[in-house]
Design a binder for this molecule. Structure first.
Ligand code: GRG
Length: 302
């Protein structure tokens, strides 16, 4: 199957699973159910859940076992976007081509919808896949830990806090600007991308070398993703991006593009891809959709 068809097929499965993932009235008050769905159904590339499923495919495990983790990660990603767009954080009014949730529902409901999505993600992973097999229960527990570490204070939350505090951590005193930027983004953006791939491999029952290879390659994908995001913030059109462009320059933020120039940043992203390919090849996993996802990350326009 060619990659475009692979992505379309996985995305359709993910949309169907996401539609069933969240509680609805009367179990959950309509005000928060509608708010969560507003942001979740606004589109988005579904890159992380597709990566999670591709990881399961790459190690030859049943993709269906990875679907709850794939959806959970998209719920967490959506919560992070809602909270990032709040006035107290990035204060943005457009996301995924729609007005941000706090613009249409108010700040309090946007905060609660984010809280709901984060919590529902872990409920989903604890609940599904349903199985009496202790081996599946052990995989679920491990995947929950992988995702929690990536989303939590040592991962995405920590990265966001560092970003808000100005970029560098006093406990992690890297004196070069490139090292600081990498440390920040490996938490803020990279951790969840990495966890998507790793959780997919874990749920599919991969052995330790395969999980390690996928984890290392996905760390490169995460770095490439952020580098390209910085370039698109300069070069991308808001209509294609579905969000405000040019925010990094306007806020004077240090980015890969400001530090290395657009060409330098693009070369760095290509280097990430090469390292990921070498890692996957030595783990015997390069002939999978994973490398195509890496190329998609680097060549994307939104
Ligand atoms: C609020 C705890 C907390 C964390 C926020 C992810 C994040 C941390 C902030 C988002 C800021 C941002 C735009 C970062 C750049 C990388 C990024 C996450 C872009 C959006 O991801 P895509 O392109 O979005 O995968 P779609 O909409 O396609 O899912």
């Amino acid at each position: 199957m060619d990659f475009a068809r692979y992505v379309d097929a996985r995305r359709a499965e993910i949309e169907q699973a996401l539609a069933a993932a969240l509680p609805a009235p009367p179990a959950c008050p309509r005000v928060v159910a509608d708010a969560m769905r507003y942001s979740l159904s606004a589109g988005g590339k579904r890159l992380r859940p597709i990566l999670c499923l591709a990881s399961a495919d790459a190690v030859g495990g049943p993709r269906a076992l990875a679907m709850p983790a794939a959806c959970a990660i998209e719920l967490i990603h959506t919560y992070s976007l809602i909270h990032d767009d709040l006035p107290a954080m990035d204060n943005d009014t457009m996301r995924r081509g729609r007005p941000t949730l706090h613009v249409v529902a108010g700040e309090a409901i946007a905060i609660l919808a984010g809280d709901g999505l984060l919590t529902e993600a872990f409920r989903l992973m604890a609940r599904l896949p349903e199985s009496a097999d202790p081996a599946i229960a052990a995989r679920k527990l491990r995947a929950i830990q992988v995702v929690a570490e990536a989303a939590g204070a040592a991962g995405m939350v920590g990265g966001q806090a560092l970003d808000i505090a100005g970029g560098a951590s006093a406990d992690d005193p890297l004196d070069d600007a490139g090292g600081q930027l990498r440390a920040l983004h490996s938490r803020k953006t990279g951790a969840l991308i990495r966890a998507a791939a790793t959780a997919g491999a874990v749920m599919a029952g991969a052995d330790a070398p395969a999980v390690g290879g996928i984890d290392a390659a996905a760390a490169e994908f995460g770095l490439a993703f952020q580098i390209v995001d910085d370039v698109l913030d300069i070069e991308g059109a808001p209509a294609t991006l579905g969000k405000t462009a040019g925010k990094d320059a306007a806020s004077g933020k240090r980015t890969y593009a400001s530090l290395y120039g657009i060409e330098g940043a693009r070369c760095m992203a290509a280097d990430c891809l090469e390292r990921a390919e070498r890692t996957l090849r030595s783990a015997g996993l390069a002939d999978s959709a994973l490398m195509d996802i890496g190329r998609w990350i680097v060549n994307r326009s939104n």
